[in-house]
Ligand binder design. Sequence first.
Ligand code: MRU
Length: 308
Amino acid sequence: MKGPEPFYLSENTLHVLDQRVLPKKVIYRKARDSFAVARLIRKMVVRGAPMIGIVAAYGLYLQSLKNPKRLREGWEALKNSRPTAVNLHNVLEEALPLVEREVSPEEFLEFAQKVEDRERRINEAIAENGLQFFNRPMRVLTYCNTGMWATMYPGTALGIIRWAYRRGLVEHVFAPETAPYMQGARLTAYELRLEGIPYNVVPDNHIPFLMERGMVDIAVVGADRITSDGYVFNKIGTLSIALAAKRFGVPFVVAAPSTTFDPNPYTEDIVIERRWDAPGEDYLYYAFDITPPDLVHAIVSERGIWKP
Ligand code: MRU
């Protein structure tokens, strides 16, 4: 694995890689309790649905060390840090019995390590399962960032791309910028560079045009929440990719761990995050959009392939 670690634990402190300044700077921000971890999540220092869930689990460990009396409150702070991505919610629900029993820091640490290891193993299985969509060297369009800082190495959509590239099944990757936070231009491009995969960063508005020109063989993206009836919540702009893919006959494949699955069907009550740090009051920034199941060719998880 090349590139800086997404986080590390040292002296009762979680050091979290600041993804906002990558690749220009490698800076780790410190958190000593779950409130500090929640702040780092809210500020997008750490981002990507699975990684948010993992650092939240470590946040509970830190809280149990520092002040177990405020565990429940710390759990709530984490829970409210980002509403759309479901991994955070799923991990916190899994941890709730531990919080209620106020188990020892050792048990919280064990839990966090389990969550981390599980995501890593899941991603390796996703990468393997996704290979079946590659039958020749292909030109791949991905979106946002789904790699080693957003999930766990090797990544979800990016894990599939990595595995396929190593088998000679990726000719080229298009990484859309993903405005306004530019996760594609900064993070995906950096990971592709580290891996030696040929790529271009493209402005988001180029996507339908590239497909119309026949320059894309497959689109592989991640997800932040997939409802039980197959609606895919992902970084805003994903819906435009799916619509263009349908129009131009490009398979639109979603890669996500089962920890991104919401056991409930789609409802309009699911909160779509807004970003409030836009350059002006006249701006409107949503963080996610929703792709309906009929636009999805396949969903790849560690369990296999699902056609919603
Ligand atoms: O940068 P975020 O946390 O707002 O975006 C989440 C994502 O990373 C993407 O939507 C990604 O495609 C799926 S999560 C690995």
